[in-house]
Design a protein around this ligand. Sequence first.
Ligand code: 5GP
Length: 126
Amino acid sequence: MAVDATKPYDDQNIFAKILRGEIPSKTVYEDEWALAFYDINPQAPQHILVIPKGAYVSWDDFSANGSDAEIAGFVRAVGHVAREAGMVEPGYRLLANIGQDAHQEVPHLHVHIFAGKPLGPMLMRG
Ligand code: 5GP
């Protein structure tokens, strides 16, 4: 079920548990600001999730309330992960779902990185 991205942060969400090491994930990269791990249900040959270490529900919450250092650290981590994975050529796609219309499922900000094949149209048509 899609989350209400305007609700307060729920520290029992699945990505909060991954950050605390309470449930396993396949880590791709970790630094002071971000954790990157493989999506459990990949939608492309390469599908990585990058999440900030801080408790932010969504991109909306993070862009409004994150510190400059958190935002810079997170954005740089996303770029680093894609570069290190060799995605810059032939290309990759970033996606962040926010709220119900976008079908955000997990109420901790995550950026999807998709790559590994031509990714098709940006959005489902019709
Ligand atoms: P959203 O729809 O919120 O943008 O995407 C949530 C993503 O989290 C989905 O692609 C889903 O496969 C992934 N996901 C959900 N639970 C887990 C989990 O426990 N571990 C990992 N690695 N990914 C998960």
